[in-house]
Structure formats: C-alpha cells, structure tokens
Design a protein around this ligand. Structure first.
Ligand SMILES: [Zn+2]
Length: 354
C-alpha cells in the first residue's frame, strides 16, 4: 500500500499502488517520499476525508522488529485486523557493541599510556536509573523512529505492542495451573512461551538447540503426571521419544527434575528493553495496548499465519481474525547516524538512531 498525505501533510488512509499511479498521472498528487512510497494529494484536506481506525503494531525482537499497520474492523465475532503495511527493521546491536569496544580500548590506552595528568572535567561515573546498554537502546530507538514515521504518514489511532513473552497472571500460581482446561485454550500457549524461555530454547536432556521442540512431562501422564508447569520440560523429538514412559530421573537426568521445580526468575520474564520501548512509544501520544507473546503465538496458530516478524506483529492482541493479504514486507536495515557510536546510539529527547 502507498501512504497518502493531504495538502497540509496530514495523513489520509493509505491507497493501493494502482490508485496512487492514477493520482500521480492525473496530476492530483505529488511524490512526497520514495521509500516507503508516500504521495501528497494537492486537492484534498483531511477534514473532507473519511478515515478508518488503524492500529500500529510492534513485535520487538532482538535482531529484527516487526512493525505492521492494520485496518481495524469490528465484526460480530470480534475485532479483525487487515494488514495495510508490513515492515521489518533489522537492528545493529552487534555493530553498536563493536563500536563501544573500540571506544573502550581507546579509553584504556589513554589511562595507561604516559600522558600528562588531566583532572577529570566532570563526575560522570554513575549509571542513571533505568539505564540500558547502548546496543539494546539502539533497538528501542529504531522501533520508535519507525513508529513515529508511520504515525506521521498514516492516521494510526492506537498502538499495540507485545510487551512480555508470557502472561505471568496465567502462570502465577503453578499449584492451580493444573486446571489447564478451565483456563481456556490460551493458557497452553502461555505455558509454551514460559517453558521455552525457562529452558533457553534448548532440549533439557541433550541440550540440542534450533530444532522443533515438544513439551515433555517429567512424570509421564500415563503414570499420573500432571499438566502443571513444574512437571513440564522442553525436549527435542528424539529425546521425548527415547524417554517414553520413564521419569526424568529414570531417564538419567535428575537435574531436569530439580530445574523444573525452580521458578523462573522475574528478571528473565520481564524484558527491560521491551518495557523501555513501551515507555518510549508513549511519546507518540496514542493509546497503547500491551500484550503477551503467548497470545501472539496462539493467534498465529489459530489463524494459520506464516511465521515472519511482520506477520507476528499483525497477530498481536485480542483478535477474532487477521487478513494478511498479499502485501510485500519492506525490509529496513538500521544503519546508525554516524560512524561515531557516541552519536549513533543517542536516544535523548526526540533523537533516535535509525
Ligand atoms: Zn534432546
């Protein structure tokens, strides 16, 4: 889709590329920006246009953040989101980190090399509260930059963000989470999201990573094992099949039983970068809805949506359906502002790395 602005540069509803071509050909519009394509109508004011509700949806990731614009439709079953614009921003966390290492090495040289003594000019040896490493802060900056841009080019009226991986409310008390069926279908997905993080995306038995995982019952269900979160471990297909009807102890892995009993530390569940992102997005002055990754995964499985970062963003929220359409995803690569990392990662008032 093509973004459309009115004659005063206020956003209108996006249009199809075909319509944009016609408008340009007839001289009713001019090109405002090339990538992503934005046109400006010369004869239209936003007051005379009919706008539909649009949601800006952000799925933060460590390497890539998916950002999607969706038209919100109210149906009898609930809310249906139609994709209008899909993009993926790839971050430069490793580059920022490399710059910081270079900077640190230069600083260390200055400290040990035989230079004349200079008194410190100011006392800046303190880390402020809410500090994030620059490599993580750059991710926040990238996402916020594009959120700001998209709200400038489209009449988005709310923001939906995936703030946490799983819903701690649904898992809060493992003693009652045996009643999985009473909690509805979503609880299972929140459990999966929790177990994946708890076992660090590795098979609990052979430590294999990067393969399809299964939820393994430490005390098998056939022997009265429960669906409680303390009875679940992450296993690859091979280990799950080999373990069969044995407990983890009988299978030769007593450490898995110990780890399963240990609750996941809050720090691992609560991702500081995501919280910072939500705080930064408040600068857009739009209402923000925050959701869990478990719900996103559940939606994606229910609606049969392909797994990409942009489509993940589309699946965020309390939805009755999504219509991904046949849009192409715009790939955006964050390049930083300058070769100097001190400038590139600045995230102050209104200035973000892009
Ligand atoms: Zn395994």
């Amino acid at each position: 889709m093509v973004f459309v602005l009115d004659q005063k540069k206020h956003p209108l509803m996006p249009c199809t590329p075909k319509r944009a071509r016609l408008l340009l050909k007839r001289g009713r519009a001019v090109v405002h920006r090339v990538q992503p394509f934005v046109i400006r109508l010369k004869d239209r004011r936003v007051e005379d246009a009919a706008l539909q509700p649009l949601a800006l949806k952000v799925d933060p990731g460590s390497k890539t953040t998916g950002i999607t614009l969706a038209r919100v439709e109210q149906t009898e079953e609930g809310v249906v989101h139609h994709a209008v614009f899909l993009c993926e921003v790839s971050h430069r966390g490793e580059q920022v980190h490399a710059h910081k290492v270079t900077q640190r090495n230069a600083r260390r040289r200055r400290r040990c090399v035989n230079l004349r003594y200079r008194a410190p000019r100011f006392d800046n040896r303190r880390i402020p509260g809410g500090w994030l490493p620059p490599s993580l802060l750059s991710r926040v900056g990238n996402a916020v930059t594009w959120a700001h841009r998209l709200t400038r080019w489209s009449p988005a009226n709310r923001i939906e963000v995936e703030r946490v991986r799983f819903d701690t409310q649904l898992l809060q008390n493992p003693e009652i989470s045996g009643t999985q069926y009473q909690q509805g279908a979503r609880a299972g997905w929140e459990t999966r999201a929790y177990i994946l993080i708890k076992y660090e995306y590795r098979c609990a038995y052979c430590r294999k990573t990067g393969c399809p995982f299964e939820l393994d019952h430490i005390l098998p269900r056939s022997r009265g094992g429960s669906e409680r979160i303390t009875n679940l471990a992450l296993a690859c297909h091979g280990c799950n099949a080999a373990k069969g009807n044995q407990t983890a102890l009988e299978f030769g892995h007593p450490e898995v039983e110990v780890q399963a009993k240990r609750p996941l530390k809050d720090a691992a569940a609560v991702n500081a970068t995501r919280f910072k992102l939500v705080e930064a997005l408040r600068g857009c002055d739009l209402p923000i809805g925050t959701w869990t990754g478990g719900r996103t995964r559940w939606n994606r499985a229910r609606f049969g949506v392909e797994k990409t970062h942009a489509l993940d963003a589309l699946c965020i929220g309390d939805l009755a359906g999504v219509r991904p359409g046949k849009l192409r995803t715009l790939t955006i690569k964050a390049t930083g502002r300058s070769k100097d990392s001190r400038v590139g990662i600045r995230c102050g008032r209104g200035r973000y790395a892009a």
